[in-house]
Design a protein around this ligand. Sequence first.
Ligand SMILES: NC(=O)c1ccc[n+]([C@@H]2O[C@H](COP(=O)([O-])OP(=O)(O)OC[C@H]3O[C@@H](n4cnc5c(N)ncnc54)[C@H](O)[C@@H]3O)[C@@H](O)[C@H]2O)c1
Ligand SMILES: CC(C)[C@H](C(=O)O)[C@@H](O)C(=O)O
Ligand SMILES: [Mg+2]
Length: 380
Amino acid sequence: MADSNRTLLVLPGDGIGPEVMNEVRKVIAWMGKKRAVGFDIKEDAVGGAALDKHGLPVSDDTVKAALEADAVLFGSVGGPKWDTLPFEKKPERGLLRLRKEMDLFANLRPAKVFDALVDASTLKPEIVKGLDIMIIRELTSGVYFGEPRGIKTLPNGEREGVDTQRYTSGEIRRVCAVAFELARKRQNKVCSAEKANVMHTGVLWRDEATKLHKESYGDVQLSHMYADALAMQLLRWPHQFDVIVTDNLFGDILSDEASMLTGSLGMLPSASLGAPDATGRRKALYEPIHGSAPDIAGKGIANPLAETMSYAMMLRYSFDLSSEADLVERAVENVLAAGYRTADLLTGGLDDKAAAAKGLKKVGTQEMGDAIVKELDRLV
Ligand SMILES: NC(=O)c1ccc[n+]([C@@H]2O[C@H](COP(=O)([O-])OP(=O)(O)OC[C@H]3O[C@@H](n4cnc5c(N)ncnc54)[C@H](O)[C@@H]3O)[C@@H](O)[C@H]2O)c1
Ligand SMILES: CC(C)[C@H](C(=O)O)[C@@H](O)C(=O)O
Ligand SMILES: [Mg+2]
């Protein structure tokens, strides 16, 4: 059932993006039919698909539609076909432009280990069991956007590449505030990660996080860690963390690392949020943290669960539909508990026979999507 009060822009993108999005469409349809949670849906091309269509990684019209929509559901962009294009034309620029123009400064990347997947992680079960952490990545500044940047040829004929890491105090404070607020609803603990030992932006980050903490969030436990040490601690004893807040580049890397605690990169959803306006509405884009996975694209084997759980985050954060979000997450949990596994969740190169002997069912993208819908039916 469509509900013109809720507008959604769907941008499937490239590679496995459209494949995993197709499975979420089934869940969207189910929600419309069974829970009257409908959307006015617009769909558009982004990334390589948009380049092929009109020569730009995202068009002005698409950006406008994203700014107007209540939420954007995004797949993934990029692929070898477009890798050699000039920098500003690369598919990834489409996503970066959306993040910047929508001012989506807070990127929430939860890494949760489902009981059924404890053995799917490459880490020992006792290290990952019950893990539930939230990485908050600053998303609209830092080295991704700092000026100057580019590649030039020096007088001696050598080429020089430049990227600039820059942060203002306001940019640091607003993302740290999101981390403190979220921590209050969780285990009340924030670890802020930077490299204050070697970077000016790290010194500023640590100062501002500390000041903001003193001013307004004294009830929340705050610790600081160098990002390299945090990368190590995340593998050594991840349970020490609750909320981690960090900059754009460190957050990108640490969240891919954290995904392997959960069993697969195909398990991590994300919410990219702007500041609330006067009516409390935030601009928002939801996407899995993984990319277009050219190595498996078109094979029908991608894991659709990160995209599915990104949709659940959208229900929770953009539409205040917590019980529907819980329902989707429970369906994911139950389907995994029932033994359904896409190939990425079968570690150690289990073949079909070995997986079956363990009670696991190796499934493709569509079968996983169908299993989710079937489980939703069973749950209500
Ligand atoms: N948000 C995005 O759109 C996004 C994010 C990351 C990378 N990218 C782009 O994607 C392209 C490929 O990058 P990459 O290979 O470094 O990263 P990737 O995330 O696409 O893939 C890394 C590895 O993880 C596997 N993988 C990722 N998602 C999976 C899923 N849902 N199910 C099963 N396996 C999955 C892939 O098969 C691959 O082996 C590049 O063009 C890159 O810029 C886009
Ligand atoms: C595709 C790319 C721009 C993106 C990033 O680096 O932010 C991706 O790696 C991510 O994690 O969303
Ligand atoms: Mg990334």
